[in-house]
Design a protein around this ligand. Structure first.
Ligand code: CO8
Length: 263
């Protein structure tokens, strides 16, 4: 089963197609130690590949203080360069890139360092109005290492990314929305309802078509315009190989709701 022997995360799949994965180390502000990494990654892969009932995955943090206050500093403090290099320290997070189902970050509090980077690895970033974002690595004598220098720069542009990464200063949820890091900020008490609402809406659509759309948007972040347009066109054409395209367009013409079969 899904929850298996997880000890640092909680998982739950509703009958509405929405899975919620909660990082559950509130006493350490949900700091991302290697256990959390293994569990988040293996839960996401399982939900993605082996759990058709889960169509969208929401990632959030336990408690009302933190989404995740970064990689676990206590675990990293004594690591040598050789160990970091030889073990590909924290590289496991990159596995999340292979998840095809949409990931929504419901950022309920601090999203700092690796926490901000995890949120940015998700496809949609919703923030509680109490959330704070930052890349404070510089004040620990390191730099972001889970994609922060790349994804933050793409999200908010060079000058803002430089300011955050070089000063280590935190920004508010409102500021994060203003600069395009988060799509919306909502009152803390409404965050999970709002995230579910967005997730449910996505879950009503054809799973393979949603996956194609997600992949195309990610290509926009990763490749140049010509490559991206070529990729999009091919994915668009390939939609016509799906029964769901026939159903979606027939439903429109017949003025009824589509009944997607995900094939
Ligand atoms: N790691 C480990 N423990 C943490 C972390 C963390 N990142 N953040 C908080 N905690 C612990 C605290 O040590 C404390 O534990 P204890 O009670 O045992 O002392 C507990 O959580 C509560 O924290 P505070 O008492 O500090 O709570 P405050 O409300 O006073 O402060 C802050 C909240 C401002 C969020 C503060 O905790 C803080 O500054 N935390 C660290 C934030 C940070 O620097 N994050 C970046 C970490 S580095 C990183 O993420 C690198 C990622 C790149 C990896 C690259 C891999 C290739």
């Amino acid at each position: 089963s899904l929850q298996q022997s997880f000890t640092s995360i909680e998982t739950e799949v509703g009958d509405d197609g929405v899975a919620v994965l909660t990082i559950d180390r509130p006493q350490a502000l949900n700091a991302l130690n290697s256990k959390v990494m293994q569990e988040v990654v293996s839960a996401c892969l399982f939900l993605d590949r082996n759990h058709p009932a889960a169509r969208v995955i929401i990632i959030t943090g336990a408690g009302d203080k933190a989404f995740a206050a970064g990689a676990d500093i206590k675990e990293m403090a004594a690591v040598s360069y050789a160990e970091a290099y030889n073990t590909s320290l924290l590289n496991g997070w990159e596995t999340l890139r292979s998840v095809r189902k949409p990931l929504i970050a419901a950022v309920n509090g601090y999203a700092l360092g690796g926490g901000c980077e995890l949120a940015m690895m998700c496809d949609i970033l919703l923030a509680s109005d109490k959330a704070q974002f930052g890349q404070p690595e510089i004040s620990l004598g390191v730099i972001p290492g889970m994609g922060g220098t790349q994804r933050l720069t793409r999200a908010v542009g060079k000058s803002r990314a430089m300011e955050m990464i070089l000063t280590g200063a935190r920004i508010s949820a409102q500021e994060a929305v203003k600069i395009g890091l988060a799509s919306r900020a909502v009152p803390a008490a409404e965050l999970m309802d709002e995230a579910r609402k967005v997730a449910k809406r996505i879950a009503e659509h054809s799973t393979p078509v949603v996956a194609k759309a997600k992949e195309c948007v990610l290509v926009a972040q990763e490749q140049g315009l010509n490559e991206g347009l070529r990729f999009e066109k091919r994915e668009f054409w390939s939609c016509f190989a799906l029964d769901d395209q026939k159903e979606g367009m027939a439903a429109f013409v017949q003025k009824r709701k589509p009944d997607f079969k995900n094939k």
